[in-house]
Ligand binder design. Structure first.
Ligand code: ZN
Length: 434
């Protein structure tokens, strides 16, 4: 009997341990302990983006990626029971295939590729995470990306979502994801922020900033895997992951290939003397949320910088689609307003236009300066930089007066010369007649 009791207790204990293991939070790993590969993007001849505008003396992306990756490596090493590798720890040329092969060689559970971003027109800002197309890797990527992007969002970096991109063969567009997938390793690309846009540059314009982002990455990986660190005094073992359907691609991560279906502008109020226009914009996109908006005051020839679409959440896919904004119009121009709604995949639709019948003109210094300053202050966020060429075409009252005086002098001079010529001709003729 005693034997049976001992066996029953033993069985119960075993069952409890096994239940505990299967309930433990954290993404799945192959072995007893997770093996992580950190891949600093680019290296050697492959420089990455060189568009950095804020780092003193300039810096290439490959260097930034390495600084961040090394900080991530150091921090992740401080967690218990995790093995971490770097694909490169110096300025070294590596193909994407070599990186994936390295990860396969160490039997990695996950690969994290470290990058900084830049856009062709230097008009995008925010962080994004690129993940594999197919389940279940796609879902793991969404779970990890959600953790990291929320953390970066808290710092003030715009959350541009967890995304997929496919090539014309229907495979993963990005080589590191494709090559890793071929070796059964989920690889995720972290694009921390844009090195060429003023809203992002303050997050990556020093070595300390780049290291801070690396530590954020490490903690996001630790949360994703449910790790704890005695050394750091943190325990993420019960950190909950976003719920995903392991058999299907997470819908919000599916690439949107069409622009917003609707972008409707309505002018609520115009004030020619205060130089303001209140506008209401209604935009819709069924597949991906609206991420940015911009506006034009010259009928769509040039656009303002982009602004984050308020109320959008790229992780849940929610966007209220309605924007109310007051534009400040530079005095002396006749605004021709067009808005642009841009979705999470960078595709846009322009609104109907509104052409003012009058030139907006602030009364010359009739307003007290203080009032005008405070108005400018509230409008700062949506200030429109008039294109250089336009500004040159505009004439101030001072210029106009100068031109009038010059014209009068010229006419007088011409009149004088013609009088002298007439007199001389008459004199000549009289001489001949004589
Ligand atoms: Zn890169």
């Amino acid at each position: 009997m005693k034997k049976y009791v001992v066996a029953a207790i033993g069985f119960l204990l075993l069952w409890m341990v096994s239940v505990n293991t299967s309930c433990a939070a954290g993404a799945p790993v192959k072995g007893e302990q997770p093996v992580i590969v950190i891949d600093p993007g680019h290296g050697g001849e492959n420089l990455g983006t060189e568009a950095n505008v804020s780092f003193p003396g300039g810096i290439q992306e490959k260097e930034m990626d390495l600084i961040t990756a090394k900080a991530m490596y150091e921090e992740l090493q401080a967690f218990d029971g995790v093995t971490v590798y770097l694909t490169r720890d110096s300025d070294q040329d590596l193909t994407l295939k070599e990186r994936a092969e390295f990860a396969a060689g160490v039997d990695a559970d996950y690969l994290f590729s470290i990058h900084y971003n830049a856009s062709e027109d230097h008009d995008q800002f925010g962080a994004e995470v690129w993940v594999p197309l197919h389940a279940p890797f796609n879902g793991y990527g969404y779970q990890f990306g959600s953790i990291l992007l929320r953390d970066l969002e808290e710092m003030g970096i715009l959350n541009c979502g967890v995304k997929t991109r496919q090539n014309d063969k229907g495979k993963d567009y990005y080589g590191i994801i494709r090559e890793s997938y071929a070796r059964e390793i989920p690889a995720f690309i972290i694009e921390h922020c844009h090195v060429d846009e003023r809203r992002d540059t303050s997050y990556c314009d020093s070595v300390e900033d780049m290291e801070l982002l690396g530590r954020k990455d490490a903690h996001s990986v630790a949360k994703f895997l449910g790790l704890k660190s005695e050394k750091l005094g943190v325990d993420y073992s019960s950190h909950a992951l976003a719920e995903v359907d392991s058999g299907n691609t997470v819908p919000i991560t599916i690439q949107d290939t069409t622009p917003p279906s609707l972008c409707l502008l309505e002018i609520l109020k115009t004030d020619e003397e205060a130089c303001t226009i209140s506008a209401h914009l209604l935009a819709q996109d069924q597949e991906s949320p609206l991420l940015y908006y911009a506006y034009s005051l010259d009928g769509g020839l040039t656009f303002s910088e982009r602004y984050a679409w308020p109320g959008t959440d790229c992780l849940s896919g929610t966007a209220d689609g309605v924007l109310e904004v007051e534009l400040t119009i530079p005095s002396g121009i006749q605004p021709h307003v067009v808005f642009r709604a841009i979705n999470m995949y960078g595709l846009w639709t322009d609104s109907n236009d509104y052409l003012s019948e009058v030139v907006f003109q602030a009364p010359a210094s009739s307003e007290p300066d203080e009032v005008r300053e405070s108005a400018v202050e509230t409008m700062k966020e949506i200030k429109y930089d008039l294109p250089q060429t336009k500004e040159e075409n505009l004439l101030s009252p001072g210029h106009m007066m100068g031109i009038v005086i010059l014209s009068v002098v010229l006419i007088a001079l011409l009149f004088g010369i013609s009088c002298v010529i007439t007199v001389m001709k008459n004199h000549h003729r009289q001489g001949r007649n004589r």
